[in-house]
Design a protein around this ligand. Structure first.
Ligand code: AMP
Length: 399
């Protein structure tokens, strides 16, 4: 089965064509500047050349049409015709409490995703636009599946997702912790169980998704029992540009002193904070490593703050599960930064974590980076949300 995986943003659309059974990727690409010009980068993985040009993309419909055109073309194609694409899998950011797993998209599902727009006002409308564009261009007969960032965390118990504010805001408005990166946490935890050769039902895992956005997830018996992001992806760990946990009183102080309205303040907390805000250098950990090595104290502090938060969240989740069998590092920083992994694991000696320096220096594959006598296995697993979406889509369409 060939599944087209779509991640639609407000002016962008990322895609991959995948066979989930063999894990083969046939093509991938990105449409950008939709509605404000247009650019398509299409990369066939069969040796044909890359298409990378400005083209007119007034709406997502033209973007999908352009992707399919390239995918089936003589020069850049990977399939003979659109008929070879069996299904489409969409990343959808927020499923609220309505979706605890991936689903076949129907009119009712579209309505429920629409109902979640207040929870993710930037993302869910874009995801809906992507789904509608596929229906328009590919027709109603091609099945489409929605895979939610939030659904994996719907297994969290009330004690983990409840905010200590008047309960009416949960009862009336569903204000609670939802958590994000669920597709990534689910994918790497499944992979970890395979690597450890144990049924996931018997494992206590902590998954550290550390990229531009970062979150940690406690996974007991294959189910998310706690996670660090909340009602929105703004909280938890300090991230590339997002602030992570912050006292609302400090927000009020800054707004009053500098006369910011709430949108201006949220822009600062989302785009100018995190390790970028602390360091004043960059949100990219490579730049921070270099600056810290050159003696920049604030870059070093930003890295210290990040590592400290990861370590204390891992400690908290170990307590929440009363133990941990393996800790997983994934996403841009988790997969690539040996120094970050080593610095975090320094804090975890009390758990009996011990890093094998040589293993930790390797890259680009599923790795065990703990020593043979480490009490907790330490794993590096490249995440693959697109493959997870394709696998869910194939399973649901197969039924
Ligand atoms: P992601 O959001 O998962 O794509 O991760 C992107 C982030 O990964 C970048 O902003 C960098 O901070 C980080 N990253 C990528 N490669 C490296 C590397 N070799 N060393 C440290 N950080 C890296």
């Amino acid at each position: 089965m060939k599944v087209l995986v779509i991640n639609a943003g407000s002016s962008s659309l990322k895609y991959q064509l995948i066979d989930p059974a063999t894990e083969e990727v046939f093509a991938k690409g990105l449409c950008e500047r939709i509605g404000i010009g247009g650019h398509l980068k299409h990369t066939p993985l069969n040796g044909k050349p890359v298409f990378d040009e400005d083209i007119d993309l007034p709406t997502h419909n033209e973007a999908i049409a352009a992707v399919l055109d390239k995918m089936t073309s003589e020069a850049y194609g990977v399939v003979a015709s659109m008929k070879e694409i069996d299904a489409v899998g969409h990343r959808v950011v927020h499923g609220g409490e309505s979706f605890a797993s991936s689903v076949l998209i129907t009119d009712e599902v579209m309505k429920a995703i629409e109902d979640c727009i207040p929870f993710a006002p930037l993302h869910n409308p874009a995801n809906l636009t992507g789904i509608n564009a596929c229906t328009e261009v590919m027709g109603k007969d091609v099945p489409q599946v929605a895979v939610f960032d939030t659904s994996f965390h719907q297994t969290m118990p009330a004690k983990a997702y409840t905010y200590a504010i008047p309960h009416e805001y949960y009862d009336n408005d569903k204000i609670r912790r939802y958590g994000f990166h669920g597709t990534s946490h689910r994918y790497v935890s499944g992979r970890a169980a395979e690597m450890l050769g144990k049924p996931i039902e018997e494992l206590k895992l902590i998954s550290c998704h550390m990229g531009n956005g970062s979150s940690i997830c406690a996974i007991e018996g294959g189910k998310s029992v706690d996670t660090s992001m909340g009602f929105t992806p703004l909280v938890g760990l300090p991230m590339g540009t997002r602030c992570g946990q912050l006292d609302t009183g400090a927000v009020q102080f800054i707004m009053n002193k500098y006369g910011f309205n709430i949108d201006e303040m949220l822009n600062i907390l989302n785009k100018k904070s995190g390790v970028l805000g602390i360091s004043g250098v960059s949100s990219d950990f490579r730049d921070l490593d270099n600056a810290a090595a050159d003696g920049n104290d604030r870059a070093a502090l930003a890295l210290d703050v990040f590592n400290y938060w990861v370590a204390k969240t891992v400690g908290g989740y170990t307590a929440a599960m009363n133990g941990v069998d393996a800790i997983i590092f994934t996403a841009g920083v988790g997969e690539n930064s040996a120094s970050t992994r080593a610095a975090i694991c320094e804090y975890l000696g009390y758990l009996g974590c011990s890093v094998d320096a040589e293993q930790n220096s390797k890259r680009g594959e599923d790795l065990v980076i703990s020593t043979a006598d480490s009490k907790v296995k330490l794993l590096v697993i490249p995440t693959n949300e697109e493959l997870m979406i394709a696998m869910d889509t194939a399973e649901i369409v197969g039924k």
